[in-house]
Ligand binder design. Sequence first.
Ligand code: IPE
Ligand code: IPE
Ligand code: MG
Length: 254
Amino acid sequence: MQTASANIPNHVAIIMDGNGRWAKQRGLPRLEGHRRGVETVRAIIDAARELGIRYLTLYALSTENLQRPPDEVSALMGLLEHFLRRETKVLIKNRVRLRTIGHIEALPAGPCRELQHAIEATRLFTDWNLVLALNYGSRTELVDAARAYAAAVAAGREQPGDASWSTFSRYLYTADIPDPDLLIRTSGETRLSNFLLMQCAYAEMIFSPLLWPDFSKAELAAAVEEYQRRERRFGLTGEQLKTGAAPRPPADTP
Ligand code: IPE
Ligand code: IPE
Ligand code: MG
């Protein structure tokens, strides 16, 4: 089936889960699963662009993942550095802007340097956006935002009485990134694991049983097709939508 070009989700966010189980099923070390996972990342970045998805966010490392055994964490950091070294020129060629959300400064110097280089080299591109969530946690993001907001209040730049979602959300890491329309998690787990909890307030969610190394362009296209069959009501009734009411995500506190 050909994916319809109308109503393509503007922003797809993916929780890339299942690398470890993919390896275990084959009697391989977990690192081999992560290695194969990186191949899927490459394929999905291309596929998203081909499908017309303007924003793709990939959950690559949670704040909690840093508590995994040190050899797994350092292997993941090595893969990230290697990926960026190879992939930055592809991002530039395809005019994809790379951004990150999360505390990347806490990552080792090697991947940090490659990230900064890729972010700088792609910062003027606007059509395609790749957001890597690295050392990201939604609760840390909210606390960081509250701190920054409190500092702005203390400096007289914000009036707490005027606070609304549209003013407060400017302090999130995702300030200039639209909310995800579609959230996909692979590996059959049906939880959010501290990922974009606020931003996914009205995201459509699809949970795929496939392990991340087995995910593919065809699966992404199938998820987009399922998204296109859904009715997003944003709190309105189906009848209201039929009579032309424009449903909108909640921008402000009532
Ligand atoms: C996802 O795969 C990758 C990261 C969290 C870095 P996992 O490593 O969580 O794989 P499983 O869940 O153990 O199969
Ligand atoms: C979520 O997967 C984080 C990433 C995919 C980067 P986890 O494997 O860490 O999540 P839990 O522990 O199963 O909730
Ligand atoms: Mg996992």
